[in-house]
Design a protein around this ligand. Structure first.
Ligand code: HDE
Length: 706
């Protein structure tokens, strides 16, 4: 990838977390090979044998050790969110938040709090493809001076269920079916939809899953939400309910389904690679942290329960206050040591942040440590470098598997006199964590609150807020998912269930899946919208986007170089795509290096395509089915397609036929309509590049329709 824009390649500044990790890093470069005991090894290719054709000997300690370590080098993958990618960075608050919270890392704008963020898919196994339809995890560990704070969220503001008790059922239903372990990383199967239709509270999150949010374009272009309700507590002990948001500076953008499926085959690591490459190129992903606050006295002022995780707090009703920014500026050194071993827990809070009685959150508070105990093999996983706080750790917890600390002395109990009662509890004034005092009373009862019983009103609000293309994508997603369900009764029940959300939605679902439309079109009666949940109004920026330039021998050199100069200025990356790797030569012998071929890439891996002029180049491309397919796919996926001079003729040989590709006089003027940008003139390549860049910034041109 080539980009003329000046890159921010400065080495990330050292912070105390980085210095701490430094003590554990080793690249072993220039060293002699040793055993785990530090004994130098003279041969690591042949086992020790009785005769050169004889059996291997037990006493071959190097063989035994190498093999034993290998046999044990896997740990259980996460039971959910197994597939993930992560990065280091830092967080800075914009202004002191003392009015709302005493959390120290939210006070001083000059303080850079180190963070480690792990993005993940929920359903698939560790090796599953990145671009499948799924909810995405967005987990952030803040290494604050007061200890670790974990904000463990998802990319939708609502969840499938209301009570932690149902989580194992949900996950069993959505994971591959247990008899044949099919399908991998997909909700498009009977058990998931059986659970959905039997559990109406799933309606809302299911609609988000089937929306464009379920197929993100990039982890850099994805929102994050705490979903659960927490509390912020200030120095005076005043508490407010809070929900957290991460808002990506690049806006929220998605793939289209056909593209997502093809990417799963052509580049299963698409999202992971995108994040890794961006950070390596110095294009550091940035996300602003937002908070929604509700005063305790307003707890019951809404037409939904603010503790219900299947509801979002509409931004138009409870505004999001932007309070700081996170920048991801360093890739992990080692996937296993960092990304696989990092252990998040929504129960890791610091003074100033507290829990609410959200029953889903309460369930989570038990599960995460429990899961780490088996995954990371014992109670000392907080000592693994990536999990270590930068704040000092002092307590009487002792021993257990893989204990690293050498605890000195005789005292491991409290109170004690032998060590002056240390380590001793800190007072609130010394920032000892004091749980928010809340009066709780009630009968011991296994029951869901009546205020949690409406499952459709907000689902309708979400549906109403979608633009027409977004609605169409949801209907298409239903047709795909329910089209894969075998049980006809379940299909029918899906239609009946979503008839509670919107009659037209139900009718359209039914039309594609071979079951009856509802007898009476229904709905929940909600007519409002929440524009913030649609992606239509999101940030439009061409920066960091990727453009494929199609060219062959005989291409027009000045044209393509001027194009590249123009788009690189806007922060766009370009690749030259041709039949073969190597150099291609233009009419007057200047050359360009081909970066990818039609075999090694596809337009699914780019945000836009540009066909440069040059008679011979275009004639050559015209004869290549792969080149035409490249453009056809980009067209189908609503991407920007640009062409200059003879390049425009290539468009006429594709499925773009029938769509206008040039101005009426077919002359020099820049033409730009529905994401097709052309110009039959080289004099003003600058204005062509600008027109092209503007079209790329739109992300997709749905008016062309997929
Ligand atoms: Fe999780 N979740 N979860 N979850 N979750 C896990 O913990 C669980 C929920 C989320 O990158 C597990 O360490 C229960 C909501 C993320 O390592 C496990 C319930 C949200 C990650 C677990 C929920 C999440 C996890 C598996 C219902 C969004 C990946 C491995 C009460 C707010 C973190 C692990 C990472 C991981 C339990 C619901 C987000 C099994 C019981 C809601 C991002 O403990």
């Amino acid at each position: 990838m080539d980009n003329g824009k000046q890159q921010n390649k400065s080495t990330p500044q050292k912070n105390s977390k980085d210095e701490q990790l430094e003590n554990f890093r080793s690249n072993h470069g220039g060293e002699k090979l040793t055993t785990d005991q530090g004994v130098r090894v003279s041969n690591t290719d042949d086992s020790l044998k009785a005769g050169d054709r004889g059996p291997t000997l037990m006493e071959d300690f190097h063989f035994r050790e190498k093999m034993t370590h290998f046999d044990h080098e896997r740990i259980p993958e996460r039971v959910v969110h197994a597939r993930g990618s992560a990065a280091h960075g830092y967080f800075q608050v914009y202004e002191p938040m003392a009015e709302f919270t005493k959390a120290k890392f939210l006070q001083d704008p000059s303080v850079k709090t180190p963070v480690f963020v792990r993005f993940s898919n929920v359903v698939g196994s560790r090796g599953s493809a990145d671009t499948v339809r799924d909810i995405r995890g967005f987990a952030t560990k803040f290494y604050t001076e007061d200890g670790n704070y974990d904000l463990v969220g998802n990319n939708t503001p609502v969840f499938f269920i209301q009570d932690g008790m149902k989580f194992p059922d949900l996950i069993h239903a959505i994971k591959p079916e247990p008899d044949n372990e099919i399908p991998q990383a997909s909700s498009a199967h009977d058990t998931f939809w059986d659970f959905v239709v039997s559990t109406p509270e799933t309606a809302h999150n299911t609609l988000w899953l089937l929306s464009d949010r379920g197929i993100t374009r990039s982890l850099r272009m994805m929102e994050g939400f705490s979903i659960n309700t927490f509390r912020l507590i200030n120095e005076q002990g005043k508490a407010r309910f809070v929900r957290f948001h991460w808002k990506p500076k690049l806006g929220v953008h998605s793939l289209v389904w056909d593209e997502a499926q093809k990417l799963a085959g052509k580049d299963p690591d698409y999202l992971r690679r995108d994040l890794w490459d961006a950070i390596n190129m110095g294009e550091y992903p940035e996300y602003e942290l937002g908070i929604q606050l509700i005063e305790e006295e307003d707890e019951f002022s809404f037409d939904f329960d603010i503790l219900d995780a299947t509801k979002f707090w509409p931004e138009e009703v409870v505004p999001v206050k932007i309070i700081g920014k996170m920048t991801l500026n360093k890739n992990q050194d080692n996937f296993f040591a960092e990304t696989e071993q990092v252990a998040f827990h929504p129960g890791n809070v610091v003074a100033g942040i507290d829990f609410s009685n959200d029953p889903l959150l309460q369930g989570r508070l038990f599960s995460y440590t429990d899961t780490q105990l088996i995954r990371l093999g014992g109670p000392n996983f907080h000592e693994i470098p990536i999990n270590r706080p930068v704040a000092p750790v002092n307590n009487n917890q002792r021993d257990g598997y893989h204990r690293m600390t050498i605890d000195q002395g005789k005292v491991s109990y409290s109170p004690n006199t032998m060590q002056g009662n240390s380590p001793e509890p800190a007072s609130e004034a010394e920032n000892g964590y004091v749980h928010h005092v809340e009066k709780v009373e009630g009968k011991k009862i296994r029951k869901r609150s009546d205020s949690f019983k409406d499952h459709f009103k907000q689902t309708t609000l979400f549906w109403n807020s979608m633009s027409d293309p977004e609605k169409q994508h949801i209907i298409d997603a239903f047709h795909f998912e329910i089209g894969k369900v075998k049980d006809k009764q379940i299909k029918q029940r899906v239609v009946d269930m979503f008839n509670n959300v919107d009659g037209q939605l139900a009718i359209q679902i039914a039309a594609g899946v071979g079951v009856d439309a509802p007898k009476t079109p229904g709905g929940s009666g909600v007519t409002d919208t929440s524009p913030a949940v649609s992606q239509v109004g999101t940030v439009k920026d061409a920066g960091t986007r990727k453009v494929a330039i199609l060219a062959e021998n005989g291409f027009n050199y000045p044209e393509v170089t001027k194009f590249m100069e123009g788009v690189h200025r806007a922060g766009i990356h370009t690749d030259i795509i041709s039949k073969n790797l190597g150099m291609i030569t233009c009419a007057d012998d200047q050359q360009l290096e081909v970066t990818k071929t039609f075999l090694t890439t596809g337009s699914i891996m780019y945000d836009a395509v540009y066909v440069t002029g040059g008679k011979k180049s275009v004639e050559n491309l015209m004869g290549q089915k792969d080149a035409l397919h490249f453009i056809n796919d980009a067209f189908k996926h609503a991407k920007t397609i640009g062409a200059t001079n003879e390049g425009i003729d290539l468009l006429a040989s594709t499925e773009i036929q029938g769509v206008k590709t040039a101005g009426s006089d077919n002359t020099a003027e820049l033409f730009s309509d529905k994401g097709i940008v052309t110009m039959r003139n080289m004099k003003d390549m600058k204005s062509f590049s600008e027109g092209f860049t503007n079209a790329v910034a739109q992300h997709r041109h749905w008016e062309r329709q997929v």
